[in-house]
Write a protein that binds this ligand. Structure first.
Ligand SMILES: Nc1ncnc2c1ncn2[C@@H]1O[C@H](COP(=O)(O)OP(=O)(O)OP(=O)(O)O)[C@@H](O)[C@H]1O
Length: 295
């Protein structure tokens, strides 16, 4: 099952399960915001049966878009396909108006430079201070002078609440601080889109909630678009403007919409089970057509 109903109509034609929705100003903005990512009919596999197939969705400028689902359903693989690290076996990915899948050479590199990525661990270089870590992409991809790079690094670390920790090594900071530093480094080149892979992994609930607030503050304050892979329910509900849900048994996308509306109104038993922390019911092939809610 994928993001399209069997008729071949686009997934956004799927019958929504509707409930009255109170729109905030932010959500109203997102309803009309331009599309910055279009994933169309995407299939990814590693030689055997596809991990997921026929996945289609759009991400709008300035929103926090969450890719969720149980372990092993392909969330990280989808993120990797969206940043050019995995070649899909079918489908297209349009980022900021440019085609990724067929792009090659300098065109591809220039497109990928416009994306910021933070991996689960924060992936900081242990022998470098936080400031030096943030400076690194600037050194690699710009002609800024050292003082200019230092000024940008200071600003980015200040933005994530680490203004006083610039001279520290990664071994001298907490896990939550490392995630913040990872976000600062991912933002060094002012990317319009930031991809975060499991940002809350390994964090206690309070630290995780602080990181959630940082993500929404940056999205609201700077208009940066976030694509976040996570299966942390509290984070999904705290940060997600919209989401898609992948499912291992369905080998595809089984839901799309506002996470709170999916939690409260989805008719799909697998989606309901996920949001209500229940063991999934027997739903071998979940139905995509009934699961688009509040998008
Ligand atoms: N490069 C690869 N080659 C072969 N198999 C892979 C590769 N990358 C991922 N897989 C497999 O694809 C499946 C999905 O992995 P992926 O990490 O995308 O899932 P996930 O939903 O992010 O899982 P989790 O929540 O547990 O991190 C796993 O079974 C994994 O072993």
């Amino acid at each position: 099952m994928g993001g399209r109903p069997a008729s071949g109509a686009p997934s956004h034609a799927a019958k929504p399960t509707r409930a009255p929705v109170r729109r905030t100003t932010q959500r109203s903005f997102l309803m009309t915001a331009e599309t910055v990512i279009t994933v169309d009919d995407l299939t990814v596999g590693f030689g055997g049966p596809p991990l997921f197939r026929h996945v289609s969705f759009e991400v709008r400028r300035g929103e926090v878009f969450v890719i969720l689902g149980g372990s092993g359903c392909g969330k990280s693989s989808l993120l990797k396909a969206m940043i050019g690290l995995i070649e899909p076996s079918q489908g297209t990915i349009t980022l900021l108006g440019e085609q990724l899948v067929n792009a090659t050479g300098e065109d591809r590199r220039a497109l990928l430079r416009r994306l910021g990525v933070m991996w689960q661990s924060g992936a900081l270089f242990g022998s470098m201070t936080l400031a030096e870590n943030v400076e690194l992409p600037l050194e690699e991809h710009t002609r800024l002078s050292r003082p200019a790079r230092q000024a940008v690094a200071r600003a980015k670390l200040g933005l994530v609440g680490l203004g006083d920790a610039q001279g520290k090594l990664p071994s001298e900071i907490s896990g939550g601080m490392a995630k913040r530093a990872g976000i600062a480094r991912a933002m060094a080149l002012d990317p319009p889109i930031l991809f975060l892979d499991e940002p809350s992994a390994g964090l206690d609930p309070v630290t995780s909630a602080g990181l959630d607030k940082l993500i929404t503050d940056i999205a609201r304050g700077t208009g940066t678009t976030f694509v976040v892979v996570t299966h942390e329910l509290q984070s999904i509900l705290a940060i997600g403007d919209r989401c898609i849900m992948l499912d291992k048994a369905a080998r595809g996308m089984i839901a799309e919409g506002d996470p709170k509306e999916l939690r409260d109104h989805s008719e799909n038993p697998t989606v309901r089970a996920f949001f209500n922390r229940e063991a999934p019911s027997d739903a071998p092939e979940a139905r995509p057509a009934d699961t688009k809610v509040g998008a």
